[in-house]
Design a protein around this ligand. Structure first.
Ligand code: ADP
Ligand code: MG
Length: 306
């Protein structure tokens, strides 16, 4: 199969999606944004052996690549619409493309995102770059820089699962719940939408709670108190690991793609699926508390090129 046939068979599968004037097949896509909306653009690359083990199913590679992008869209409070895909593969076979394509469209269809273009390259490692554009009303985007002293800190879902799941995968062990949390993250699009006008700052947790929380403490005076016994830890995680290890996964483990946001409690009291884990102060640093003690932690969150 040549490149053109591969695209036709595995990628040119969206019948004309909403707002797609010209989709796959021309030199560029022509898209029709909704009137008076601002566009939110995100992009993320996943590289074999860096962001995922080479042993995982191609459907999961694709699914995860879509969801990590959608998580950025969620963290902005936007509605996702269109995506493009730049795929680099080594000598993969027909079956690989089929699985990849299934995972890709399973993920994008569940959020009504249309694939409107891309490219296909050959290289030594598998690399998947997806870019998604979304829409939001002017001045509604959730930003990283609005947190204030006294705000509470919240997270969605449970945290620490994906990092534990990745450990299982690396050891070729199975734990269905935890490994699925790594392979098939859930972008919190609906919660992001609900937080518009309510969260003072928001970010998605891709590198680990502590590392990502730091990124919203942009004013140097801002600090945080985190109550470890408030952290939302899944039964699957606490059944497998002692509490120290659970805290370590929850604080420093990446890949959860949950949202972390700050808000006044009264503004978010009717939002479900979120947990208050602490509050902001003027100390300039993050302290974790366990009952009356200060809990020592290492900031091990994942950073490239350090
Ligand atoms: P060009 O050489 O002009 O960049 P290509 O021949 O690479 O165009 O691609 C032809 C069409 O197929 C374009 O519309 C492009 O967006 C689309 N396309 C190529 N690869 C992919 C892919 N992996 N997924 C989706 N669309 C793709
Ligand atoms: Mg061209």
């Amino acid at each position: 199969m040549d490149e053109f046939e591969l695209i036709k068979k595995f990628f040119d599968l969206n019948k004309i999606g909403s707002g797609v004037v010209i989709g796959i097949g021309d030199d560029g896509a022509v898209l029709e944004p909704n009137i008076n909306m601002h566009q939110v653009q995100v992009i993320d690359t996943l590289v074999e052996n860096i962001h995922f083990p080479s042993t995982i199913d191609p459907a999961d590679i694709a699914y995860r690549a879509v969801m990590t992008n959608l998580s950025d869209i969620a963290a902005m409070g936007a509605i996702p619409r269109w995506m493009t895909l730049s795929l680099t593969v080594n000598n993969v076979n027909y079956k690989w493309y089929e699985k990849f394509s299934n995972g890709l469209f399973e993920a994008s269809n569940s959020y009504q995102v249309s694939l409107v273009g891309g490219d296909l390259n050959f290289g030594p490692n598998i690399s998947v770059t997806i870019s998604i554009s979304g829409e939001i009303k002017p001045d509604q985007a959730l930003l990283r820089n609005g947190a204030e002293i006294g705000d509470s800190i919240y997270v969605t879902g449970t945290i620490g699962d994906a990092a534990a799941g990745l450990e299982f995968l690396k050891k070729n062990k199975q734990n269905n719940y935890l490994t699925q949390r790594f392979l098939r993250p859930t972008p919190r699009i609906n919660t992001g939408r609900e937080l518009i006008g309510k969260a003072t700052a928001a970010i998605d947790i891709s590198d680990g709670l502590l590392g990502d929380l730091k990124k919203i403490l942009v004013d140097g005076n801002l600090g945080a108190d985190i109550q470890l016994d408030l952290l939302p830890i899944s039964k699957a995680l606490s059944n497998h690991f002692n509490s120290d290890k659970c805290y370590s996964f929850a604080l420093n483990g990446g890949d959860d793609y949950e949202l972390c946001f700050t808000a006044k409690d009264e503004d978010v009291s009717n939002i479900s699926g979120v947990t208050r884990i602490g509050s902001l102060n003027n100390s300039g640093s993050i302290l974790c508390h366990l009952q009356d003690n200060i809990y020592k932690f290492e900031d091990e969150s994942y950073r490239h090129f350090e």
